[in-house]
Design a binder for this molecule. Structure first.
Ligand SMILES: [Zn+2]
Length: 580
């Protein structure tokens, strides 16, 4: 195989641009481009799909090569309803182009692949306007397509085009018969459902909610803990029954049962990665709602928790222990399971054995034995835990300590040489002590077994694209907010959320956890054993360097990671010793 390909000047130039914006080896880029040419695949998509180029830089080069204006950043079309009428979803999505504005009969259209001539020609033929072509980055073109037309709009248009039924009639039909209509229709609905899920994965959503309402099928994604309305094609309610039925079939639920809630699971493959989806249907007066939870979406790496040094040191110190109980506290959705998973992953070595019992198992960890509680067959936390301990583990995780029996077994396990992780439902780290005592655990047992209480909350991270330094930031303002002097003196400057298309005008993108950790020192052990109250333990812990979650939050604020408002709203003013 020594055939040398003759590259056309344009291809050669594109290759140079790709290499210039790539960290991959030149030979890899060459190979990919030559293969695309040979197989007549679009070169730009091939490069981007392979993740070989840095998109922003790459498109600057391509636009220069094509002598087209590049629209930098997110696209903001003007008068969307009008543009949608001019350019249908089928055309825009098929050719991956976005109508941007119409001025004096001149239509500005954005493409990301100037070498796909057939799209540009087709649009010139079909639209009665002079078209001015400009370029945008692919990710922005795609985001704009789903914002303008709604997720899966092209599939949706095709389905409707193939159906000679009006929407109202369709909605009243029985779900099962809708699916029987014809096979190609069924394939299209499946494709539409897949598009909804794929789009959710692109947005790093954890949940998808499909909710019928009187006039529209509402689809929402949960991203960074917040629910977001997903733009959907108009008249999507015509497909409501088919979409719900399709999801129920995929999750092996009873399609005919629409009055009772049902639970199921779907296993999907996306880009070679397997994805578990937990499905729950709930009958509502407007119709059945379907909630999908996308599992296995997180990576568990202690270094990705972005821990401040003081807390990181304490955590690593505790993880180095051979036995003891480590408790993570916080309300539901505070990310405590994520932290525990990261700890288990850190401890997961070939020579150790880690077993968990959870309700339910939300994320599978490679190399770790995970058990789901099943109260209906008598497999409770307490019972599961007893059998786990007979199976000789080093580390054990119990999803949650809810009752005395589980707490007692956990403590006993730690006293017989196991490192035991679990969660408790309290607000603060030190509040965990009272919670255990409330469960009738003897103070001396708590003091002898628990090695650390960790509490946490999730705060939203400021959007890196639009956050701006807080004006009038001064020492006086820091004093007013009770930012400890030692943190203020570290320097830095708080930022505030502004909002831009990148963060959907929220000012925030992603979340990070803020922590407080109380290591149980000998002095604190004695206090607990003596039955001292939380305040006494708190004061002693502070003497030993304990920092509250709010102060931890201030560290993140001074670094511009999160905002003052986020920390104020997610934490209590002092130690916050109240129970939930
Ligand atoms: Zn932003």
């Amino acid at each position: 195989m020594s055939e040398i390909l003759e590259r056309s000047p344009v291809v050669q130039k594109l290759l140079e641009i790709a290499c210039g914006s790539s960290r991959a080896e030149v030979s890899r880029v060459e190979e990919l481009i030559d293969r695309a040419v040979q197989m007549q695949l679009p070169m730009i998509d091939s490069l981007l799909d392979a993740g070989l180029v840095q998109e922003e830089e790459f498109f600057i080069g391509v636009s220069e090569l094509a002598r087209m204006t590049l629209v930098v950043g997110a696209l903001e079309p003007s008068d969307v309803p009008e543009l949608k009428k001019i350019c249908s979803a089928a055309l825009a999505i098929r050719y991956q182009v976005v109508p941007l504005k119409l001025e004096n009969d001149e239509l500005t259209m954005v493409c990301y692949d100037p070498f796909r001539m057939e799209g540009r020609q087709a649009l010139s033929r079909k639209l009665p306007y002079t078209i001015r072509w400009v370029m945008g980055e692919r990710r922005h073109v795609r985001a704009s397509l789903s914002a303008i037309y709604g997720v899966g709009a092209d599939t949706f248009e095709k389905i409707l085009a193939g159906r000679d039924i009006d929407a109202d009639q369709l909605a009243e039909k029985d779900e099962a018969s809708v699916l029987d209509d014809d096979e190609s229709d069924e394939a299209s609905v499946l494709r539409f459902v897949n598009q909804i899920i794929r789009e959710a994965l692109v947005h790093k959503a954890t949940d998808i909610h499909i909710e019928p309402q009187s006039d529209i099928l509402r689809i929402r994604y949960r991203v960074d803990g917040q629910l977001l309305d997903v733009p959907v094609p108009e008249r999507i309610n015509a497909l409501q029954s088919s979409v719900v039925a399709r999801l129920k079939i995929m999750s092996r639920l009873d399609v005919a049962e629409r009055r009772m809630p049902q639970d199921g699971r779907i296993h999907l493959k996306n880009a070679g990665k397997s994805i578990d989806v937990r499905v729950a249907t709930i009958p509502s007066v407007e119709g059945e709602t379907v909630s999908l939870r996308l599992l296995n979406q997180e990576k568990f790496d202690i270094h990705a928790l972005d821990l401040e040094d003081s807390v990181k040191e304490s955590i690593l110190e505790v993880l180095a222990l051979s036995h003891g109980v480590i408790l993570a506290t916080g309300p539901t959705g505070s990310g405590k399971s994520t932290s525990l998973y990261c700890f288990l992953d850190y401890l997961n070595k070939p020579e150790t054995r880690t077993v968990t019992i959870e309700d339910p198992v939300e994320n599978k960890l490679p190399g770790i034995v995970q058990i789901a509680v099943r109260p209906e067959v008598g497999l409770t936390f307490a019972k599961g835990l007893r059998s786990i301990l007979r199976a000789d583990p080093n580390n054990v995780m119990i999803g949650e300590i809810r009752d005395t029996e589980t707490a007692e077994i956990a403590i006993r396990a730690s006293l017989t040489g196991h490192l035991v992780f679990s969660t408790l439902h309290t607000n603060t780290a030190i509040g965990g002590i009272s919670r255990l005592l409330d469960m009738d655990i003897e103070p001396f047992l708590v003091s002898a077994s628990v090695r650390a209480f960790l509490a946490q909350r999730l705060v939203r991270k400021l959007c890196e694209h639009c956050a701006e330094p807080v004006k009038n930031w001064s020492e006086a303002r820091a004093v007013e907010l009770a930012v400890p002097p030692q943190i203020y003196q570290l320097g830095g400057h708080p930022s505030a959320p502004m909002g831009c298309p990148e963060c959907r005008h929220t000012g925030y993108q992603g979340r990070t956890a803020i922590y407080e950790i109380c290591k149980v020192s000998e002095t604190i052990q004695n206090l607990i054993a003596k039955g001292a109250d939380e305040n006494a333990v708190f004061e002693q812990a502070v003497k030993e360097g304990f920092e509250t979650m709010r102060d931890y939050g201030w560290r993140k604020v001074m670094k511009g990671v999160t905002s003052i408002e986020e920390v104020l709203s997610c934490t209590h003013s002092h130690s916050g010793l109240t129970q939930i």
